[in-house]
Ligand binder design. Structure first.
Ligand code: PMP
Length: 429
């Protein structure tokens, strides 16, 4: 570690405290980004296979220009009339099923989920929330409480009940009926809430369960889970903070893999390409539940600069055909990873949709035992070789490949070559 890095580390520890964490054995000091590449303070470049926030590429000039132009003209809030928030609401709702016609804006995914909870509770008069068992939905008090990844069993309030993440690789149901069987746990959760005298306000799920290890919900799961919670009087909230905006390739939203329309869709991360933009889209009758209860205002949410950035992101997704790119390049990566598994015993599973891919590492293919140490060593080794990824999942043995959507086939091939060499070396780690 050079002296600049050490001094930044010391300052950071002193100024930001111990709750913050850093990636990599050798932390990175990044100073510039362009497209799928990030540059450190020494000018070394890294292929970004991890970050989904710079959706249309780091520092895309059109997003930068749109923000600069609007920032130089006016930036206020939604208590004045302005076209940008309406233009964006129109464009965004056009990307969703017809019934989802009302948009509300905020700045982070946590705020979006917090607002979704408020709507669900106002509409249903209930407070129970059903979540998957390793979910992450945010950092505020209410969203932390519904995030079992961070909020452990002993801190979980009585109104939160978990259901198993619908994992077909290492989870309890692996056959063709996995969707049906996993979804049956939503009814169990409703029953547990009932024993506590609590009714469900909502079932919320990250529609590609990222923190559960990039789990793709099996066929039928989302539809049946939604029907079950609705039957019990609750709403279905699709958290699209990660899968949304075309990442999954075939569809613009993760939930669209199933014939189901959520009651509330929450979104964030990629919306502003790094500028903090997030939102909730729901039906007008559901949003109206807040009208008599203090209404809704968010000082920064939906401001003209944020909406200019978000409009530019939508333009670029469409004009550069990035959803189609995610489908094509994602499929190429998944196929190549499956081929690599012939050479590397440690590859247990390759799954995902579009440019949201999991590479699950195991110590034993037969028993599917998690290779957490190898995953951590591989993530660090890839970083040293110029490719940025991360590991995730309850056992931290899943490599998460979730790059900016402008990743080309050539970029993917570069990553695959580096990964092959790293896994080759990893057998001796
Ligand atoms: N939902 C999901 C599925 C997320 O992955 C995240 C962030 N990792 C959030 C919500 C919270 O978003 P934010 O960090 O913008 O508050």
């Amino acid at each position: 570690m050079n002296s600049d890095t050490s001094s930044l580390l010391r300052r950071r520890e002193r100024l930001l405290g111990s709750a913050y964490s850093l990636f990599y054995r050798e932390p990175l000091h990044l100073v510039r980004g362009e497209g799928v590449w990030l540059y450190d303070a020494n000018g070394r470049k890294y292929l970004d296979m991890y970050n989904n926030v710079p959706h249309v590429g780091h520092c895309h000039p059109r997003v930068v220009d749109a923000m600069c132009e609007q920032a130089a003209l006016l930036n206020t809030h939604t208590r004045y009339l302005h076209e940008n928030v309406l233009d964006y609401a129109e464009r965004l709702t056009a990307k969703l099923p017809d019934e989802l016609d009302t948009a509300m804006f905020c700045c982070t995914g946590s705020e979006a989920n917090e607002l979704a909870l408020r709507i669900a509770r106002s509409v249903t008069g209930a407070r129970g929330v059903i979540v998957t068992d390793y979910a992450y939905h945010g950092n505020s008090q209410a969203t932390w409480e519904i995030s079992p990844e961070d909020c452990s069993d002993e801190h979980r309030p009585d109104y939160v009940v978990t259901v198993p993440s619908p994992d077909r690789y290492r989870g309890r149901y692996r056959g063709d009926d996995a969707g049906e069987r996993y979804a049956a746990h939503v009814q169990d959760a409703v029953d547990v809430l009932a024993e506590r005298g609590i009714k469900p306000a909502a079932f919320i799920i990250d529609t590609i369960v990222s923190s559960g290890g990039v789990v793709v919900p099996p066929v039928g799961y989302l539809s049946k889970a939604a029907a079950t919670v609705r039957q019990a009087g609750g709403l279905f909230i699709a958290d699209e903070v990660q899968p949304g905006f075309g990442r999954t390739g075939k569809n613009f939203w993760g939930f669209a893999a199933e014939p189901v329309v959520p009651d509330i869709v929450t979104m964030g991360k990629p919306m502003g390409n790094g500028h903090p933009v997030a939102g909730v889209v729901t039906r007008a009758d559901l949003a109206a539940a807040l009208a008599g209860k203090g209404g809704y205002f968010n000082t920064f949410g939906g401001n003209p600069v944020s909406c200019a950035a978000a409009l530019a992101v939508l333009d670029i997704i469409e004009e550069e055909a990035l959803q189609q790119n995610a489908l094509r390049v994602g499929q190429h990566i998944a196929d190549a990873l499956r081929k690599l598994s012939d050479r590397h015993e440690c590859i247990g599973d390759v799954r995902g949709n579009g440019l949201f891919i999991a590479l699950e590492l195991v110590t034993d293919r037969e028993q599917r035992l998690p290779a957490a140490a190898l995953a951590s060593a591989t993530v660090n080794d890839l970083r040293d070789r110029g490719v940025l990824t991360g590991s995730i999942g309850p056992d931290n043995n899943v490599l998460k490949l979730r790059p900016p959507m402008v990743l080309s086939r050539a970029d993917a091939d570069f990553m695959l070559g580096v990964l092959d060499r790293s896994l080759e070396a990893g057998t001796d780690m």
